[in-house]
Design a protein around this ligand. Structure first.
Ligand SMILES: Nc1ncnc2c1ncn2[C@@H]1O[C@H](COP(=O)(O)OP(=O)(O)OP(=O)(O)O)[C@@H](O)[C@H]1O
Ligand SMILES: [Mg+2]
Length: 547
């Protein structure tokens, strides 16, 4: 039996959404102690960034995590954003799907209107406590209150309200959580914020960790990113579910005007074609659409030719901005960045891929005293830390033949690979929003981007690696000079000091030639070869190779 779209969505939105997510909290990222803490930081920080950008404010964000007990922490996030009007605080933190963003087709980090209330719910179910919100729109008054959710009704419960004069502008949220754990690994808040700094060079981020250490990522650029404008979804990117959702929200008088108003590249003539193909009466009200009809329309859409979607409402980070961020955060010896031209996946959703490679300096994932390759994945500038195996970005990075670009043992090199996908709709593999699905066009664009940056860096990298190999060779050679001189003295009575001096001269000469990139003399070459063979043999005997 076909149910009316409006009824289903009204029920979902008004009554069951909070209960639904209480039972299915893993869908919001609350699974596992480590991931849950990172999710909380992610939700608050993305909200702060979105709010600042929309208001045209350069973000200043402070995150503090304090440990209160085993698996028990307090998280405070403060921003210098526009603040939240008193009358909205309850809806933002104590009601799910209350935001206005839900049906805006816009490139922003927040997409659903669940994040902030999701944190409140997690605080509530793990500690029984509300979250505390302090906010001001900069009008000279500061408003404070505690917020919980009445889960059954999906309504906010506000207590301990206060209002007083003050000069603050922005929002501070304080929440207490159990069932969370702080780790300084690639899955923890520190890494999350480090990556946020790379994809958001216009933000200043300060982090006080549970040990009391203060980490600061300074702003690398003073220009605000362009404020994204809402765009219309293209019919090719729609599913039957999307169509019903839009129909249930529409105030249009007929399906005909609903289609023309809501979707990109749909004219009255195209609606007529749809009408003919489906036999559905498009003079009916949009919210009378049934599941079956929606599915029929989606099938018909595939048979009709629409213009490709416009890409003018996509705002990538930008090549220069990523470069500045990489220099600021990773301090690499060299780097290379590319922003690809816009492209379209599923025939209807526009996207842009950006990629960067940083080599040396603080690039790479620190493992003990060495650094290994790290892949930083981003979707609309928000870092993706989990489910990396399921993500198209990881897949493509692993497909690249790094050897070809001079990275012989890429896995074990100080390399950071950055990939950001910008889109009005990111195709996540699951509700956890941590992995991007393997769409053919996205796959191809990532590959082209990575190949381009790899090509650009390959010359530098191979030069650098050769220089390093040579200086290591020199070190090894120098190590054996005293032993050889000693042996020669004992065997043939040579003057040890003189032999040492001579050998040293040979090594230095050879090294200088290397550095200058000149051809070496045959003699010197032979001498060195001998020294080297000896070194290798001795190392083998001593079992010290591979140390
Ligand atoms: N720090 C903040 N400053 C100003 N407004 C905020 C702040 N945090 C949240 N908001 C407002 O509250 C709304 C709801 O936030 P919430 O995180 O619940 O949803 P969202 O960000 O729209 O989507 P998502 O569920 O994907 O996070 C935001 O859209 C924004 O308008
Ligand atoms: Mg949000």
């Amino acid at each position: 039996m076909a149910e009316k779209a409006s009824k289903i969505f009204q029920a979902f939105r008004e009554h069951s959404v909070a209960e639904f997510f209480k039972k299915n909290r893993q869908m919001l990222g609350y699974s596992g102690k480590i991931r849950s803490l990172t999710t909380i930081v992610h939700e608050y920080v993305t909200n702060s960034l979105d709010a600042c950008e929309e208001a045209g404010i350069l973000p200043d964000i402070t995150v503090e995590i304090e440990q209160l007990g085993p698996d028990h922490y307090r998280v405070t996030v403060e921003d210098n954003g526009p603040g939240i009007p008193k009358s909205h605080v309850g809806k933002v933190f104590g009601k799910m799907l209350a935001g206005t963003k839900f049906h805006r087709f816009i490139q922003q980090r927040g997409q659903q209107g669940i994040g902030a209330a999701g944190c409140t719910m997690y605080a509530q179910i793990t500690t029984g406590k509300p979250v505390r919100v302090v906010t001001s729109t900069g009008n000279g008054m500061i408003y404070e209150c505690s917020v919980m959710i009445d889960v059954k009704r999906n309504e906010p419960v506000i207590t301990d309200e206060k209002e007083y004069p003050g000069t603050m502008r922005g929002t501070r949220v304080i929440g207490e959580f159990k069932g969370v754990k702080y780790v300084k690994s690639e899955y923890g808040p520190y890494e999350y914020l480090r990556r946020t700094a790379i994809a958001n060079p216009h933000a200043k981020i300060v982090f006080r960790d549970p040990e009391g250490a203060r980490h600061v990522w300074e702003r690398a650029v003073d220009a605000l990113p362009a404020i994204p404008k809402p765009s219309k979804p293209h019919p090719y990117g729609l599913t039957a579910h999307d169509l019903l959702e839009y129909a249930s929200m529409s105030k249009a008088r007929s399906l005909k005007s609903f289609f023309v108003q809501t979707f990109d590249r749909v004219s009255a003539a195209k609606v007529k074609e749809l009408e003919e193909l489906t036999g559905i009466d498009f003079n009916r009200k949009p919210d009378s659409l049934t599941w079956e009809e929606a599915a029929t329309i989606i099938d018909a859409i595939k048979k009709i030719k629409f213009l490709a979607p416009s890409t003018k409402n996509l705002y990538p980070i930008g090549q220069e901005q990523i470069e500045k961020a990489i220099l600021n955060v990773l301090k690499p010896e060299f780097h290379s960045v590319v922003t690809r031209p816009p492209s379209v996946y599923r025939g209807g959703v526009p996207f842009i891929v950006e990629a960067g490679i940083a080599f040396g300096g603080e690039a790479g994932r620190k493992v003990d005293s060495s650094r290994k390759m790290e892949i930083m994945r981003f979707a609309n500038r928000a870092p993706l830390l989990f489910d990396s195996g399921a993500c198209v970005i990881t897949k493509v990075v692993n497909e690249i033949d790094w050897k070809r670009y001079g990275l012989k043992d890429a896995e074990n090199m100080p390399v950071t690979i950055v990939v950001n996908i910008t889109s009005t709709y990111i195709p996540y593999t699951s509700a956890g929003k941590q992995a991007i699905s393997d769409e053919e066009e996205i796959h191809k664009e990532i590959k082209l981007a990575l190949q381009e940056v790899a090509r650009k860096t390959s010359i530098h990298i191979s030069r650098k690696i050769k220089a390093k190999e040579k200086s290591e060779k020199k070190k090894t050679l120098l190590k054996y000079i005293p032993e050889i001189a000693d042996a020669l003295q004992k065997l043939v009575g040579a003057n040890k000091q003189e032999v040492e001096k001579k050998l040293l001269e040979i090594v230095e000469k050879k090294y200088k030639e290397w550095e200058a990139g000149e051809e070496t003399s045959e003699n010197g070459e032979k001498e060195l070869e001998k020294l080297e063979e000896m070194a290798v043999k001795e190392d083998l005997e001593n079992g010290s190779i591979g140390e």
